[in-house]
Design a binder for this molecule. Sequence first.
Ligand SMILES: C[S@@+](CC[C@H](N)C(=O)[O-])C[C@H]1O[C@@H](n2cnc3c(N)ncnc32)[C@H](O)[C@@H]1O
Ligand SMILES: [Zn+2]
Length: 278
Amino acid sequence: MSVFVCPVCRQPLEASERQLRCPQGHSFDRARQGYWNLLLVQRKRSRDPGDNAAMVQARREFLDQGHYAPLSDRVNELLCETLGGRTTAARLLDLGCGEGYYSTRLEQALQAAGIPSEIIGLDISKHAVRAACQRSRSIQWLVASGADMPVPDGSLDAISLLFSRLMPEPLAKALKPGGLLLIAWPGDDHLIELRRLIYREVRPSAYDPLAQLGDAFRLRSHEQVCYPFSLDSRESISTLLDMTPHSQRMPKEARQALEDRSQLSLTLHVNLALLERL
Ligand SMILES: C[S@@+](CC[C@H](N)C(=O)[O-])C[C@H]1O[C@@H](n2cnc3c(N)ncnc32)[C@H](O)[C@@H]1O
Ligand SMILES: [Zn+2]
C-alpha cells in the first residue's frame, strides 16, 4: 500500500527521491529540510496556520529541559505494551506532532523494545515540522491538516494525539479496525499554580474528548499522570510562559511579576486515554 495519498484527488502517491506524484499528475516536492508539504494552499484557513516560530522555539526549549520526560515515557509504555509481539512494521502517526519531542522519543522507545515501526509526524505548522526534522531523519515528517490526513483510509495501526485538537471523523477514517488511539489532554490540576497566578478564578475545564468520540471507538484504559516539578531559573519560567496559551491572555503586570521570580513549583497533571477503533 502506498504510504501517502494525494491531498487533491486521494489517489496513491508514488515517491521518488525528491518528489511525490499521483496518477493524475499532482506533484509535491520534498522540502530542503526533508519533510513533505501536503497542505493545499486553497484549504489553508490562514496564510501561516498552526503554531508560529516563537511558540515552536519555546516548546522545544521547555521540553528539552526534561520536565515532561516521565509523561512521554508513559505514552511510550502504553503504545509499546499494546503493539509488542508484532512481526510486520506498525504504522504510527503522531497528529499535531509539534516540534517532534514526543514522536522522536516514541521512535527510540519502539526501537529499544524491538517493535518494527514506521512513524509519521504530522502538523499543520511548517515552523514546527521544520524543527522536527532536526530531531529524526527516519520519521516521515508532513506538513498537512489533521482534518484531511493524506494517508490511505484504514491504513494506520496507531495515532497519538498529544495536547492537540480532536477531530473524531478523520481519526476513525485513517485507523485500521483494531487500531489504537492515544489521547493526552490536561487534567484539572495541570499547571494549576501558574493558572492561579494568572487568573482570578480558576475553573475546571469542561473539555472531555472521550465524550466527543462517538461509537467508532472502545475505551481500553484511562489514567492520569500527576507529579510535581520545579522551574529553577528566570529563563525556564519565561520559556514556559511563551509556550502556554495562558500567557497570551495574561495582563502585562502579571507576566512581569512571574518573570521576576527565579523559582516556580508546578504540577503536571495529564489524562492519558487509550482507545481502540472498532
Ligand atoms: C499544543 S501543540 C502540541 C504539540 C505536540 N504534540 C506537543 O505536545 O509538544 C498543538 C499542535 O497542533 C498543531 N495543529 C493545530 N491545528 C492543526 C491541524 N488542523 N492539523 C494538524 N496540526 C494542527 C499546532 O501547529 C501545534 O503544533
Ligand atoms: Zn492527485
